[in-house]
Design a protein. Structure first.
Length: 393
């Protein structure tokens, strides 16, 4: 079917958009029709994939596209220097609507316009190819999530550089927050073990004695089984208790490393030196290499094994030497750095969210200035259990 419309165009366009089940691909130079925008938002809420290309023009600021973006739609503003003058949309990859009609209030109420609606497969396919070509023309990556930004502007070097700087600041902040929370949780666990560790050891010892007593008295298989299970549990707890004490001492006295850790530090430091010594890298990386080498030296002097591992991991994965964004306008390189930082940002955010939801992080938030209060409450509960077990033994 193919129809041409010259009046009531908005009505026929709405009629077609309402049929969308899977996708709506829109390329219109100007878009100010609130009714059409609200319809796209409704469709996006129902799981229809919505992608809109607009010309980067002040007219297209009359509507707020953030709601469409927030429900999963993608809105791209194209480069002003390459005017995107299209007026078409493709519905479910099988219905094409095109003509002179822009999606504007003026076109609907005042202009003399036309709209052609067709399912002619070859024509639909041609417009689909053109829609795909828009991504290349305006250097747009269709896989980038744009939910958290107001509008996704077609990449140019200035836009990319701005986003890269923002991401670098965000990633630095997230990394700091992760390190702070990790250190806080570690310190919390150490103090908690110091506060209740021996009481827990005593409780487990009493549970073993009680299980042994029951097994001897009853001679029942189930009680004997319970005794051996409790015995294994006590041995595991005792072993873990001693290991944790050693780790806690290592955390509180970082200079006290065992021989194996000392050797690991040396091996890591040598590997890092080979990869980032200023004399071993290309000219454009010498400044960064010097900074990384200094960072590694400080980590080695502080005997920070994890920091050395992180530095080596970045070097081996090729992410330690970042692009000098001030001195390049190469879109491909800037785009690659932007995507890498975006992915890193997502990973760091995910890690921080998981850590913040951990039981000990929740306790730290609940007792921000008075850990002793929680420690004492926990200790009293354990002591109460100990009293009960001593009576049974």
């Amino acid at each position: 079917m193919t129809f041409a419309h010259f009046q009531n165009i908005q009505h026929f366009l709405v009629e077609q958009l309402n049929t969308a089940q899977k996708s709506v691909q829109v390329a219109v130079a100007w878009f100010t029709d609130r009714i059409l925008l609200e319809l796209l938002v409704k469709k996006a809420k129902n799981g229809v994939e919505i992608v809109v290309f607009l010309t980067n023009d002040h007219i297209n600021t009359n509507l707020d596209f953030r709601e469409l973006i927030q429900v999963g739609g993608k809105v791209y503003k194209t480069d002003e220097q390459k005017l995107m003058h299209h007026k078409f949309c493709i519905i479910d990859e099988k219905i094409l609507c095109f003509g002179s009609y822009n999606w504007t209030f003026k076109a609907n109420h005042y202009n003399t316009e036309n709209l052609v609606i067709t399912e002619e497969s070859e024509l639909v396919s041609n417009f689909q190819q053109e829609f795909k070509r828009l991504y290349k023309i305006y250097n747009i990556n269709p896989n980038i999530d744009v939910k958290e930004i107001t509008l996704y502007y077609a990449q140019n070097s200035l836009w990319l550089k701005t986003q890269i700087r923002i991401l670098e600041v965000q990633n630095a902040f997230l990394t700091t927050e992760l390190d702070k929370l990790s250190q806080l949780i570690t310190q919390f666990n150490i103090l908690l073990r110091q506060y209740i560790g021996f009481a827990l050891l005593r409780l487990n010892e009493l549970k073993l004695l009680f299980a042994e007593k029951q097994a001897r008295l009853t001679q029942k298989q189930e009680d004997i089984k319970t005794y051996f299970e409790q015995k294994q549990s006590f041995e595991n707890f005792t072993k873990n208790f001693e290991n944790q004490k050693k780790q806690d001492d290592s955390f509180e006295n970082p200079t006290q490393k065992n021989p194996q850790e000392t050797e690991d530090l040396k091996v890591l430091y040598r590997k890092i030196a080979k990869l980032c010594h200023p004399d071993a890298v290309e000219e454009q990386h010498k400044t960064q290499a010097g900074s990384i080498f200094d960072m590694a030296k400080k980590a080695f002097d502080a005997q920070d094994l994890q920091k050395l591992k992180d530095i080596l991991n970045d070097l081996e994965n090729g992410v330690a030497f970042t692009l000098d964004i001030e001195n390049t306008d190469e879109i491909d390189k800037l785009q690659a750095l932007f995507e890498k930082l975006s992915k890193n940002n997502q990973n760091l955010t995910g890690q921080l969210n998981i850590m913040q939801q951990s039981p000990h992080a929740q306790l730290i938030e609940k007792y921000p200035d008075n850990w002793d209060s929680y420690f004492e409450e926990t200790l009293q509960k354990i002591r109460s259990e100990i009293t009960q077990m001593e009576k049974q033994c």
